[in-house]
Design a protein around this ligand. Structure first.
Ligand code: NAD
Ligand code: UDP
Length: 312
C-alpha cells in the first residue's frame, strides 16, 4: 500500500545506481531515466529483472511524462572532464533538466529533490562552508557551465516552490566516492586508485595542498533518502558531505599505502578555477535529518579499491 513510484533522472550513473538499489530495497517502484552519457547499463544490470524496476533511455533535454510520487533529479555529468566535454549541453542539462522535472512534479503533485553541489560555493573564501554562504563563483570560466548551471537549477527549484508551491528538497552534495565510479571518470579518487592499481604515476594537480572532504556513497544515499522523507516545508538547501578534510597529497599517500602500490607521485598543472579548500558544515543535516556520515575515508577507500580491482 505504501509503495511509491519514484523517478530517478541520471539513475544509471554512479550515485543514481546506488539510489535505485536503496529505494528498491525499501519496497518502492523505481523508474530510472538516463541518456547513458556517463552512466552505464552495467551499473543497473543487476536490477533489470526486478519487476519493480524500469529503465527508460531518455535525454532530459526533452520533456518527459511519467506518473510518479517522488522525483530525484540527478541527470548531469559530475566529473570536470565530462561536464567540460560539451559545456553548452551541460548548461542545458542543468536548466532544462530542472524545468522539465519541476514541470513534471507540478503536474503529478510529486515531491522533488535536486542533486545540487558544493560547487555552488565556487572557490570558497569561507571555510568550512555553511548553507548560508553565497559562494565565490567565476561566471564565465571553464567550470561555470556546471557551477552556474547548478546555481540556476537551485533558483528554478525555489521559484517553482514560491510560485507554484511545488514540494521541493535541495541537497548540496560534497565530493562523493565509491564503487561504480568509472575508471575513466577523471575525478581524484578514481584516478588515484586506478593509477595505484596499475602502477602508473599518481597525478597530483598543483602542489597537492588543496583540500577536499570525501563522503562514501552509502552515507550520501542515506542522507538523500532522509532528505526526501524530511518534514513538510523543509526545503533545504542542506549540505551532505563528510567533514573529514584531506589534502590531495594525503589522499595520494593513503591510496598508495592501502593498495601497497609502487606508483610514484608526479605533479601536473592545477586546472583553472580549481577550489583551494572545501569542507561542509553539516549541522543542519544533523538537526533536521538526524544524519551524519559513518564511513571513515580509509574504510570507504578499501571498499572502492576492491571494486576497482575487479572492474579494471
Ligand atoms: P555520473 O556522471 O555518474 O551520473 C550522472 C548521470 O546523469 C549519468 O548516468 C549520466 O548518463 C546522466 N545524464 C547526464 N546528462 C543527462 C541528460 N542530458 N539526460 C539524461 N541523463 C543524463 O555522476 P554522479 O557522481 O553519480 O552524480 C550524480 C549527480 O550528483 C549529478 O547531478 C551531480 O552533479 C551530483 N553531484 C555529485 C557529486 C559527486 O561527488 N559525485 C558531488 C556533487 C553533486
Ligand atoms: N585532482 C588531482 N589529480 C587528479 C584528479 C584531480 O590532483 O588526477 C585534484 C583536482 O585538481 C582537485 C581535487 O583533486 O583539486 C578534486 O578533484 P575532482 O575532480 O575529484 O573534484 P572537484 O574538483 O570537482 O572537487
Amino acid at each position: 500500500m505504501n509503495r511509491k513510484r519514484i523517478l530517478i533522472t541520471g539513475g544509471a550513473g554512479f550515485i543514481g545506481s546506488h539510489l535505485c538499489e536503496r529505494l528498491l530495497e525499501q519496497g518502492n517502484d523505481v523508474v530510472c531515466m538516463d541518456n547513458l552519457f556517463t552512466g552505464q547499463k552495467d551499473n543497473i544490470r543487476h536490477l533489470m529483472d526486478n519487476p519493480y524496476f524500469e529503465f527508460i533511455r531518455h535525454d532530459i533535454l526533452e520533456d518527459i511524462h511519467v506518473e510518479c510520487d517522488q522525483i530525484y533529479n540527478l541527470a548531469c555529468p559530475a566529473s570536470p572532464i565530462h561536464y567540460q566535454y560539451d559545456p553548452i549541453k551541460t548548461g542545458k542539462t542543468n536548466v532544462l533538466g530542472a524545468l522539465h522535472t519541476l514541470g513534471l512534479a507540478k503536474r503529478c503533485h510529486a515531491r522533488i529533490l535536486q542533486a545540487s553541489t558544493s560547487e555552488v560555493y565556487g572557490d570558497p573564501e569561507i571555510h568550512p562552508q555553511p548553507e548560508t554562504y553565497r559562494g565565490c563563483v567565476n561566471p564565465n570560466g571553464v567550470r561555470s557551465c556546471y557551477d552556474e548551471g547548478k546555481r540556476m537549477a537551485e533558483t528554478l527549484f525555489f521559484d517553482y516552490h514560491r510560485q507554484h508551491h511545488v514540494d521541493i528538497k535541495v541537497v548540496r552534495i560534497f565530493n562523493t566516492y565509491g564503487p561504480r565510479m568509472r575508471s575513466d571518470d577523471g575525478r581524484v579518487v578514481s584516478n588515484f586508485i586506478v593509477q595505484a592499481l596499475k602502477g602508473d604515476d599518481i597525478t597530483i594537480y598543483g602542489n597537492g595542498e588543496q583540500t577536499r572532504s570525501f563522503c562514501y556513497v552509502d552515507d550520501l544515499v542515506d542522507g538523500m533518502v532522509r532528505m526526501m522523507e524530511s518534514r513538510d516545508n523543509f526545503t533545504g538547501p542542506v549540505n551532505l558531505g563528510n567533514t573529514g578534510e584531506f589534502t590531495m597529497l594525503q589522499l595520494a599517500k593513503m591510496i598508495i599505502a592501502v593498495t601497497g602500490s609502487k606508483s610514484k607521485i608526479v605533479y601536473m598543472p592545477l586546472p583553472q578555477d580549481d577550489p583551494i579548500q572545501r569542507k561542509p558544515v553539516i549541522d543542519l543535516a544533523k538537526q533536521e535529518l538526524g544524519w551524519e556520515p559513518v564511513v571513515p575515508l580509509e574504510e570507504g577507500l578499501i571498499k572502492t579499491i576492491d571494486y576497482f580491482k575487479k572492474a579494471i
